[in-house]
Write a protein that binds this ligand. Structure first.
Ligand code: FES
Length: 106
């Protein structure tokens, strides 16, 4: 099943930043790069860390964990740099007017 969730306003996630959201008990990271928004699980796949506290490398299009420095592809959720090993779930994110809307699948 899936449901569309209005996360916030476009201006709430400036270009190059990450914002944390909790939806139905899941930690998610919404990411803005160059006018496009991405949604990924924010739950660590290695040891505890909130991936929404990480950073973005917009040239490589990866999300980098602030703790272990592992990274994941923003578009596919696939691990890129170790110790990232397991993929992150990706969510479709769109903008409608000023709203950022994530399609949450469960
Ligand atoms: S410490 Fe968990 S992904 Fe980096």
């Amino acid at each position: 099943m899936s449901t569309d969730v209005v996360l916030c306003k476009v201006a709430d996630i400036p270009d190059g930043t990450i914002k944390h959201f909790e939806i139905m008990g899941y930690d998610l990271a919404a990411i803005h790069v160059g006018g496009t928004f991405y949604g990924l699980d924010a739950a660590c796949t290695y040891k505890w860390a909130n991936l929404a506290d990480g950073t973005i490398d917009s040239e490589r299009m990866v999300l980098i964990c602030s703790d272990c420095k592992g990274s994941w592809d923003l578009k596919t959720g696939q691990p890129v740099d170790p110790p990232a090993q397991f993929p992150l779930t990706v969510y479709e994110v769109a903008t409608v007017g000023d709203d950022v809307i994530l399609t949450f699948t469960y």
